[in-house]
Design a protein around this ligand. Structure first.
Ligand SMILES: [Zn+2]
Length: 140
């Protein structure tokens, strides 16, 4: 049985989330280089990141599941099941988005780190759509 790398991650934790999802769907997936990068994640790029590998015959269903996860469909289904509201990208409607702090937010974070020695989580209002790369603000 040959294994094929279908995804790469800079952190082992992100890789474990996707591996566990594939495991829950009955696809046996393995992580490559997770321990060496977990010991020193700054070397992640040097080792080619943490690699997620699946059996070659299960490549297509595994990639479909990961695509469904990245599109936000799984999260939207969970939110609908729990009755939670979620913001969506105004351009494409995807709910898969990440915080996208502006320059002022980054300056505050830098000063916070320089003066206190740690990053304090701030409430971000700006987001970036992971599907179409649209940047937008969400007001509560
Ligand atoms: Zn979008």
């Amino acid at each position: 049985m040959s294994f094929i790398v279908i995804a790469r991650y800079t952190s082992p934790w992100s890789a474990h989330i996707d591996r566990a999802l594939l495991d829950s769907e009955g696809i046996k997936a393995y992580l490559i280089d997770e321990h060496i990068i977990g010991a020193n994640w700054l070397h992640s790029l040097a080792y080619g990141n943490v690699k997620l590998a699946v059996p070659g015959i299960q490549r297509a269903p595994a990639e479909a599941i990961l695509h469904e996860l990245k599109s936000g469909a799984l999260e939207a289904a969970l939110n609908a099941e729990l009755g939670l509201l979620q913001s969506a990208c105004p351009a494409c409607g995807s709910t898969n988005m990440q915080p996208a702090p502006g320059a002022a937010d980054r300056a505050v974070q830098f000063l916070n780190f320089a003066m206190l020695g740690f990053f304090h989580p701030l409430p971000w209002g700006r987001f970036r759509c992971c599907v179409c790369d649209n940047r937008f603000e969400v007001r509560e």
